[in-house]
Design a protein around this ligand. Structure first.
Ligand code: FMN
Length: 396
């Protein structure tokens, strides 16, 4: 029978039955793929439980402090931390296996993320009835030992920032440009910065935001054009399906990318994108994000290579992001403008973005360390995965 011949009655029924079976199989395959890719359930499963279980430990159990610490903002969700527990002391350690490679050659982002974890841990210490003594370790003694927090019984202090810990998520959706940020938001955010060592520089006018947009997009293009940096930025930490999310419990998921819902469904159902496709999609999202920022802020310090100053910056950022969450605003760190200068430095290239950053700060005594945008959300941001507390606690 040629392919053009009509099938006989029996043959046609068989063909139809076959087609039905193929369709059911396709539907089943689709349903299986939908299930395995997490199309239907956003941010569900054990990898997301730490957001719901963060207060499951008995009050006063030092593990309760670590449960809060691991929910901190941290670059690429690499979670570069370990917590070594002693009787009345918690030691915060760098986990060098979670380094971001060419994206963070000098550990800037790693240390800011560790500062964020430290801030959550200290907020939780107060809420769990502890006073504390914080000691930041000099790098010279034990390079991975970042800080120790000694705990003493004290009054219980549960702040609104502490309560906002499970509400804080990075929001990569476009922000609502019909609403402007009230002056009081800037004042409140500045009040959280009790560190002389950290300065907040704001970019609020349309002209300032447009030039930040241009610089961020240019730096993102430069990252994409650098094969190693592009890989470290994109596919290395991308967790595309439920299995890889549950296996790693870290990294960036499609749900958190700030894409429109139908695009997320399509991205989950289609084969994984090439590096080039995902790079292009990333640049498009940077434009949309930068274009809808209510304001940009840069956190600057006197010595951008000093770990203690980076930790302080991470603490201030975490505090600011918690305040933003508690006040129903939205924020997203945007660090291409720092990742590119670090890479220029690493490779000995012309400091194109390094110079651009210095110009933004306008003061040779201060160095830009971290950039974010803030605004009114158009939609809530979903949770990102986290490793279980037991995976980050060590006793040795
Ligand atoms: C130092 C640092 C740099 C970051 N850079 C970016 C960035 O350039 N773009 C972005 O979308 N998110 C950035 N983030 C946000 C993290 O990706 C985010 O905190 C992480 O994926 C965990 O998600 P969560 O904040 O929703 O808990 C950064 C966070 C930190 C602490």
């Amino acid at each position: 029978m040629s392919s053009h011949t009509q099938p006989s009655r029996v043959g046609r029924r068989t063909v139809l039955k076959g087609a039905g079976a193929v369709l059911s199989l396709a539907a089943l395959g689709g349903a299986w793929r939908a299930e395995s890719r997490g199309v239907i359930d956003r941010a569900r499963g054990p990898a997301f439980d730490p957001w719901a279980d963060w207060q499951a430990h008995e009050r006063g159990d030092p593990a309760a402090l670590v449960s809060a610490a691991i929910l901190a903002s941290n670059a690429h969700n690499a979670q570069p931390w370990l917590f070594r527990m002693e009787d009345t002391r918690i030691n915060l350690l760098e986990d060098g296996t979670r380094h971001l490679g060419t994206l963070d050659p000098f550990g800037r982002e790693m240390h800011i993320g560790l500062g964020g974890a430290l801030e959550n841990l200290l907020l939780a210490a107060g809420a769990n009835g502890y006073e504390h003594r914080l000691s930041l370790s000099p790098r010279t003694e034990d390079p991975v030992h970042v800080a120790s927090v000694t705990l003493f019984p004290g009054p219980s202090v549960a702040s609104s920032l502490y309560a906002a810990i499970p509400q804080r998520h990075t929001n990569r959706h476009p922000f609502d440009t019909s609403q402007t940020l009230p002056r009081s938001a800037f004042t409140s955010l500045e009040r959280l910065n009790d560190e002389q060592a950290v300065q907040i520089v704001w970019f609020t006018s349309k002209t300032e935001r447009d030039s930040m947009h241009e610089l961020l997009a240019g730096a993102a293009e430069a990252i994409n054009a650098d094969t190693e940096q592009s890989y470290d930025n994109g596919l290395r930490w991308l967790r595309q399906d439920r299995n890889s999310i549950e296996e790693h419990r870290d990294g960036l998921t499609l749900d958190t990318m700030g894409l429109e819902a139908p695009t997320v469904v399509a991205a989950k159902m289609l084969p994984d994108p090439s590096a080039e496709e995902s790079g292009r999609a990333w640049i498009a999202s940077i434009h949309e994000q930068a274009n809808t920022a209510g304001a940009f802020g840069i956190l600057a310090v006197r010595n951008d290579r000093d770990r203690a100053e980076r930790l302080r910056t991470g603490r201030i950022w975490q505090r600011m992001h918690l305040w933003i969450a508690a006040n129903e605003l939205a924020a997203q760190p945007m660090n291409q403008l720092h990742e590119r200068p670090d890479r220029e430095d690493q490779l000995g290239l012309e400091p194109q973005y390094g110079d651009a950053l210095d110009e933004l700060i306008h003061d040779p005594g201060w160095h830009a360390l971290f950039t974010f945008r803030v605004g009114h959300p158009t939609q809530p941001a979903p949770s990102s995965p986290r490793r279980h507390v037991s995976q980050v606690i060590t006793t040795s």
